[in-house]
Design a protein around this ligand. Sequence first.
Ligand SMILES: [Zn+2]
Length: 280
Amino acid sequence: MTNPCCINHNQKTIFSSNDYMWKICENCDLIYQLSKSDRTNKVKEVLFDNFEEPDENGRAEFLSNLDKLKKYSQLSNLTFFDFGCADGSYLKLAEKYFKKVQGMEPNKFLKEKAIKKNLDILGDKFLDDNKDYYDVIFTRNTFEYVNGFSTSLKKLMQRLNYNGYFIWRDKFYDHYPKNYSSRDFSDGFNSLPTKNAIRYHLSSNQIKILESRFYFDKSFLIIGQKEKVFKNIFKKKINLNKIFYNNYFVCNLIFHFTKIIHFIYIIIRNLKNSILEKTK
Ligand SMILES: [Zn+2]
């Protein structure tokens, strides 16, 4: 069993079956699942066996994130850790920029792939056993699958040096059509972090947000820095998600509407880029 979210706050049950239970934390708006059966646990163990290596776009995006980090610090004297490093593709890229890189990957199949690339991959008990500190911690599309979101994030952020950087590339689930009762849906996730939950848990771990982008395709990028003295705990904002987290129909409407906006945004961006290319 995972630990619940914020202590001393109500964890409201959204859905419950023999297999699993979905809850929302009324303090931070985190939506999370508690698995109750061996079946769900087994399904999740092999969840990423079909993972494909990141394509050109994925690699280019990772490098552009490193470029953003260069605004704040030189990279060559920093240590880098990739939490949920999959097959190690990003670590392999990071190797060229940082003093030392390490990663952790719970999926056995992917972990073996990463080790074959001569990378230093730490054991599954990393969050509990490892006592090293890092200058940069990176994670990409990991936290929706992590068991015990708030505890895991806390343990991960404890491994970050003061003034160290956290690069978080993930998905947020405000207005995402959540079919809590569907096995297929529920087998695919452990947590559905919302904007409020993301900001709240960063602030409660002393991470100051230097840059944040929440995109229309439901992905986000945050670059944060760990501060020694941090007093501004994020207070959640009332947003539409707070009202509709349990309404599949309305979420679906909003989701498709933002998808269209994202599509238009991509067209405009491509147009702009091609015009810039021509004028070069
Ligand atoms: Zn909470």
